[in-house]
Design a protein around this ligand. Structure first.
Ligand SMILES: C[S@@+](CC[C@H](N)C(=O)[O-])C[C@H]1O[C@@H](n2cnc3c(N)ncnc32)[C@H](O)[C@@H]1O
Length: 321
């Protein structure tokens, strides 16, 4: 490639031909092309250097991320640390026909959340999704077919009582008179796959009795004073079970998982919170508004039950999975 070919140009038309110093005749377009090629060659080393720098930068970023995760236990856990539990946790999706499509979509998101939390849990459970079909499966197929590649989860079309031994089963339901104390890792705990804003009160308790299987409620009232009923969303029950397996402490498990707006306060600290609210009361209108909402909650238990689960489901919807 000859540089005097380029420097010798006197052309001013777009494609005008110019005479090079040698025998070549080049159009303006060809000259430009040549010039670019030259520059490309000249900058080869510079590009190589920049690539090297970018690579080093990425390496550094990766290292910092790993260090951050080890420093801060709340960050995503590195999966190889996980020690799987033998406890089985089942989401019973046999209530599909009782839900409207918008609630099926919420359930789908709650299940995605359960899957993601189990994948990064310290002690992941043996996760089962049973009676998988109907609107839920259709929605999962339509929204994101990725679920077919989910790992470490048993997704079955059968009802859970067809695939798991009756003696191992414990239905979790807030209406059970039995209060869960310890978790038995040989058991299979069942969560009703239902988003119903408690329109179907006591349905999972009835289901457990019909099937003749054990049932229990989470020991919420022993540790948490709530300003609403104790009916939790599917993913919160699931996450509380995972948190308990890690912390072996119900109180810690509840407070790690339950959202602030559920109004969860440790038992014994209700008065303190009341005093704090009273002292803030005179300061801001916002607190006044909140107080009148609390009063409304107390006089309208039904509406509050409805809103509690609704809010919890919404909180889950905003979470990336
Ligand atoms: C949104 S609730 C469904 C409420 C529904 N009306 C019922 O009676 O089952 C979803 C599921 O979470 C579980 N659950 C919710 N709150 C619970 C609690 N306090 N203790 C144990 N299980 C609970 C139950 O398995 C329930 O079926």
């Amino acid at each position: 490639m000859s540089s005097d070919v380029v420097s010798d140009s006197r052309a001013d038309g777009n494609d005008q031909e110019v005479q090079g110093g040698g025998s070549e005749t080049l159009s303006k377009r060809q000259r430009k092309k040549l010039l670019k090629q030259q520059q490309w060659e000249e900058q080869r080393d510079l590009r190589k250097q920049k690539r090297k720098e970018r690579k080093q930068q990425r390496k550094l970023e990766r290292q910092t991320q790993v260090e951050d995760r080890t420093d801060c236990p709340d960050r995503k856990r590195i999966r190889k640390e996980a020690e799987p539990s033998s406890l089985r946790l089942v989401i019973d999706c046999s209530f599909d026909s009782l839900m409207m499509l918008k609630d099926v979509k919420k359930l789908h998101k709650q299940i995605q959340r359960c899957y993601a939390e189990n994948r990064r849990a310290a002690h992941p459970v043996q996760f089962y999704i049973t009676s998988h079909g109907g609107q839920l499966k259709q929605n999962m197929d339509e929204i994101n077919k990725g679920w077919v590649n989910w790992k470490d989860v048993h997704i079955k079309s059968e009802h859970f009582h067809e695939i798991l031994s009756k003696d191992d089963l414990v239905y979790l339901t807030s209406d059970s008179p039995n209060i869960l104390q310890e978790l038995d890792e040989a058991k299979a705990y069942v969560i009703g796959g239902l988003v119903d804003h408690n329109h179907h009160k006591g349905i999972s308790f009835e289901r457990a009795k019909e099937l003749g299987i054990a049932h229990a409620q989470l020991p919420l009232s022993s540790f948490v004073k709530m300003n609403s009923r104790k009916v939790l969303a599917v993913n919160h029950v699931f996450e509380i079970m995972l948190a308990y397996l890690e912390k072996r402490d119900w109180k810690e498990a509840f407070f790690t998982v339950l959202p602030q707006r559920k109004g969860a306060v440790p038992v014994g600290q209700e008065n303190k919170q009341k005093q704090d609210e009273d002292s803030e009361d005179s300061d801001t209108n916002e607190t006044g508004k909140q107080n009148s909402e609390n009063e409304k909650d107390q006089t309208n238990g039904k509406q509050e039950e409805h809103e509690t689960e609704h809010n919890l489901s919404d909180s889950c919807e905003r979470t990336d999975v």
